[in-house]
Write a protein that binds this ligand. Structure first.
Ligand code: PEP
Ligand code: MN
Length: 272
């Protein structure tokens, strides 16, 4: 493969062993499979608490949920903001889950890091270099999503910004790329999982929810991701997907589907 390898700290040549990020005893990377589950957006304290309970009961480790939502249109629901961070932190604490939430601007990094265990950089911000530089100045783990039209080289260079700044706790997330196909919302690039693991030592997480945009494809693509060697999955789940506040209800699993999927994954992987 023609790869420029302009990145260095993200490269496996530089760091042969897998990076394992230990967050309060949950080890992400290496041979473990970490499960992150939850709604697209934090909506109310009751909603996030109930979903946290279900994620924990199913065997997940991390509660996901956006308080700041990067919406394609300016008139769509933009998230509940800082209040949502507090709601989510409380739900995570009550149910013994780590939390992950998206941060969109450098100004909000500190407050998001105060409430969440992992910060998510969304696909639309993969090359928001000011944001990446700011995230390089802290030690909070970051899940960096691949830009929907980014090459592996561009993706790893984005991770390099944070590593170069001094934050070694970076995980990569394949969340689907834009192709000519319209049936699915994005095309989950399964090959990205082994390719990124060959090129880099950083953990690779797969997002079959945004990677397909269709609930019925989340289970098969979760299993395919694990078979391809993913170190973790980030999956949207909602107690009432049809009435969720973002359009991502169509790709959100119902709680029983989420629990059933984790039961099956336990047969093929070592869930941490
Ligand atoms: C999300 O996780 O809800 C999200 C907005 O993801 P992405 O940045 O991959 O679209
Ligand atoms: Mn979403």
């Amino acid at each position: 493969i023609k790869i420029s390898k302009s990145y260095k700290l993200a490269s496996r040549d530089f760091h042969p062993d897998d990076t394992v990020i230990d967050i309060k005893g949950v080890k992400i990377g290496g041979d473990n499979l970490v499960i992150m589950g939850g709604p697209c957006a934090v909506e109310t304290p009751e909603q996030i608490d109930e979903i946290a309970r279900l994620v924990k009961a199913a065997g997940g480790q991390v509660l996901r949920g956006g308080a700041f939502k990067p919406r394609t249109g300016p008139y769509s629901f933009q998230g509940v903001g800082v209040e949502g961070l507090a709601m989510m932190a409380e739900a995570g604490r009550r149910h013994g889950l780590l939390t992950i939430t998206e941060v969109m601007t450098p100004e909000y990094v500190d407050v998001c890091a105060e409430y969440a265990d992992i910060l998510q950089v969304g696909t639309r911000n993969m090359q928001n270099f000011d944001l990446l530089r700011k995230l390089g100045t802290i030690q909070t783990p970051v899940l960096l999503k691949r830009g929907f039209s980014a090459t592996y080289d561009e993706f790893l260079n984005a991770a390099e910004y944070m590593l170069a700044g001094g934050n070694p706790n970076v995980m990569l997330c394949e969340r689907g790329i834009r192709t000519f196909e319209q049936y699915t919302r994005n095309t989950l690039d399964l090959a990205a999982i082994p390719v990124l693991q060959q090129l880099s030592h950083l953990p690779v997480i797969s997002d079959p929810s945004h990677g397909t945009g269709r609930r019925e494809l989340v289970e098969p693509m979760s299993k395919a991701s694990v078979a391809a060697g993913a170190n973790g999955l980030i999956i949207e789940m909602h107690t009432d997907p049809d009435n969720s506040m973002t359009g991502d209800g169509v790709q959100s699993l119902f709680p029983d589907q989420f629990a059933g999927l984790l039961k099956e994954l336990e047969q093929i992987a070592n869930i941490v």
